[in-house]
Design a protein. Structure first.
Lengths: 225, 140
């Protein structure tokens, strides 16, 4: 979000080139300077910089003109992210809220379209990234984490799985397979990486044998059931 | 000769965009967004009861830090935060499009807001002797 927001929000708006500087002097000696927008184009349409200046001075029509000029672009960029409707609407609304908040701080009001493009991409990216935190996860993946181990039921199931695996290893007929299996399961701190302890062929052979052994140990209980 | 139909103007979200116009807080300062992260989905230790990882945001406001966590509770969101730094008294306002809510900040700087509907929000931090400070708008 904000960390990636276009970095144009520091400092006040400089007087744009399209503004005419008028200095007033009062009888008390007080001097004030006002910037009045002057159309940069020959046509009646005001430039982005002029509209930003007008909006900064509280002109709601200028803001409306900004919205009408750039709304389609913002929507088009947001749609390209294929977000769900609610997320899409939130992202677009955030863009306009940020623009309103940063309006008096825009360094280059004439580059408003660029600012909006980047702000829309930032908002949509954040929205997409934050959706990922709601992705469902296989509960099996949660086994082994500390807070799950504290649960007695999880601990019991974990021990069951551990015992069943070791029963299957003990059931392997080839002593080489049993040795490879124990090397593979070695989780002591000084154990080297798995690729150093076992070869891929050994692991492939081991898994095949273990599957057979687990099937064999599971069959009597299935029959009992 | 082919007559192309007039392109229909894209006006989706126009009302919300127009409603965003508000010049009442132009004198406020903007807080720096120091971080805005979501713990990876594969790290369940960071998940809440609903199985979702909270969004973690941090803002810096001239000697004061604002830490936020956004949780999902069904269709609603909840926000828990901590203001830390040098201050005697601090007020935190939660701004949503169209309305503002004053949050209760405890002696230890903790505050929270529950039952929030999804959408953009912004926090305004007010300290005596300091200008009003606004965070960036973010969605919950």
């Amino acid at each position: 979000m904000g960390a990636d927001v276009p970095d144009q929000s520091h400092g006040d708006i400089p007087a744009p080139e399209t503004c005419e500087k008028i200095t007033h002097s009062s009888s008390s000696g007080h001097v004030s300077t006002t910037f009045f927008p002057v159309s940069a184009t020959t046509g009646p349409e005001l430039s982005d910089a002029e509209l930003v200046l007008g909006a900064c001075h509280g002109n709601a029509d200028a803001w409306e003109a900004i919205v009408d000029r750039h709304l389609a672009m913002v929507n088009r960029i947001a749609r390209s992210y294929r977000l769900p409707r609610q997320d899409h609407e939130d992202a677009v609304q955030t863009v306009w809220l940020r623009l309103n908040q940063n309006l008096p701080r825009l360094h280059s009001p004439h580059l408003l379209a660029v600012w909006l493009r980047r702000a829309t991409n930032t908002a949509c990216n954040r929205q997409r990234q934050h959706r990922q935190r709601f992705l469902p996860v296989d509960p099996q993946d949660l086994i082994g984490y500390a807070h799950h181990q504290a649960d007695p039921e999880d601990q019991y199931l974990l021990q069951e799985r551990y015992a069943e695996l070791h029963r299957a290893i003990d059931g392997l007929t080839d002593p080489v397979d049993r040795r490879v299996a124990r090397l593979y399961l070695d989780d002591s701190p000084d154990a080297g990486p798995i690729s150093h302890r076992t070869t891929s062929n050994q692991r492939r052979h081991l898994f095949r044998q273990l599957r057979r052994s687990l099937r064999a140990t599971g069959e009597p209980s299935e029959r009992r059931a | 000769m082919r007559n192309d139909p007039e392109p229909i103007p894209d006006r989706a979200g126009r009302a919300a965009a127009l409603a965003a116009f508000d010049r009442s807080l132009d004198g406020a300062r903007l807080a720096r967004t120091l971080s805005d992260t979501v713990p990876a989905p594969g790290r369940p230790l960071h998940r809440d009861r609903g199985g979702a990882a909270p969004a973690v945001l941090r803002f810096g406001l001239e000697g004061v830090r604002l830490d936020l966590q956004v949780h999902r509770n069904g269709a609603h969101r909840s926000l828990s935060g901590l203001v830390s730094g040098e201050f005697d008294h601090v007020d935190v306002h939660l701004r949503r499009p169209g309305h503002t809510l004053l949050l209760f900040v405890g002696m230890d700087g903790r505050f929270d807001a529950a039952e929030l509907s999804p959408g953009p929000l912004c926090l305004a931090v007010e300290r005596p002797g300091h200008p009003l400070t606004l965070t960036d708008w973010f969605t919950v």
